[in-house]
Design a binder for this molecule. Structure first.
Ligand code: CDP
Length: 216
């Protein structure tokens, strides 16, 4: 595996922004793996399926066009909810695994952000971050992003609590910090400060990785 950066963390923790910033700094391609689960959730709803039907959701996951993840419908509050419901199914996770694994193994390295990158998809990644923030701060950030949908802060906070519970409580690849992931709590940070802190952590990991992979 080349230089892979695994960025995991709960909903609206800032992991996406951190991953994109790292992509720029290290000139690496970034995969937002949440979009895969969002695409499956939206796909199931669009064809009138049941999000709790594992076989149905897994078939949608197997037929997913991973080249078409830019649909704005994947960014909505409903898509996030649908994503976390299909993400509990082991068969869905399995169907999405090869694509993520191939992305991680591409030549030159890569960055993936999600929930189980450092634990399941790329446990051997040379750099791992676990990005978090308090539920209130995360709800505030997500509420701002969703302003156009007209939701209230209280609704978004309730969503965040529910999502944390579902993502951390599920049996298949629950959200946990990998033992060797560096914890980055962004509660008191601006986006720029968080990106900066992430950059420093990964620069240190990169130096260690270069030293250990030097021949001889
Ligand atoms: O940014 P936010 O957490 O709202 O959404 P996301 O990262 O797009 O993930 C949406 C949902 O997909 C999460 O709540 C997880 O249930 C699921 N997911 C997952 O199970 N594993 C991943 N690697 C990425 C997302």
């Amino acid at each position: 595996m080349d230089f892979v950066i695994a960025v995991d963390g709960p909903a609206a923790s800032g992991k996406g922004t951190v991953a994109v910033g790292l992509g720029r700094r290290f000139a690496l391609p970034v995969l937002d793996t949440g979009l895969l689960y969002r695409a499956v959730g939206v796909g199931v709803v669009r064809i009138g399926g049941d999000l709790d039907d594992e076989g149905f959701a897994a078939r949608v996951a197997s037929g997913l066009d991973a080249g078409a993840l830019e649909d704005p419908a994947f960014r909505t509050r409903a898509a996030g909810e649908a994503a976390s419901r299909v993400a509990v199914h082991p068969a869905v996770r399995q169907a999405l695994k090869d694509f993520q694994r191939m992305f991680a193994l591409q030549k030159g390295g890569a960055i993936l952000d999600g929930r189980d990158i450092g634990t399941v998809i790329a446990p051997e990644a040379p750099a791992k971050l676990f990005v978090t923030a308090s539920p209130e701060v995360r709800a505030q950030r997500r509420w701002k992003q969703l302003q156009a949908e007209g939701t209230t802060y209280q609704e978004v906070l309730a969503d965040i609590h529910k999502r944390d519970e579902r993502d951390s409580g599920r049996a298949a690849a629950p959200l946990v910090r990998a033992e060797d992931a560096v914890l980055l709590d962004t509660s008191q940070m601006t986006i720029d400060e968080a990106a900066d802190a992430a950059r420093r952590i990964v620069e240190a990991a990169r130096a260690r990785w270069e030293a250990s992979s030097r021949p001889g």
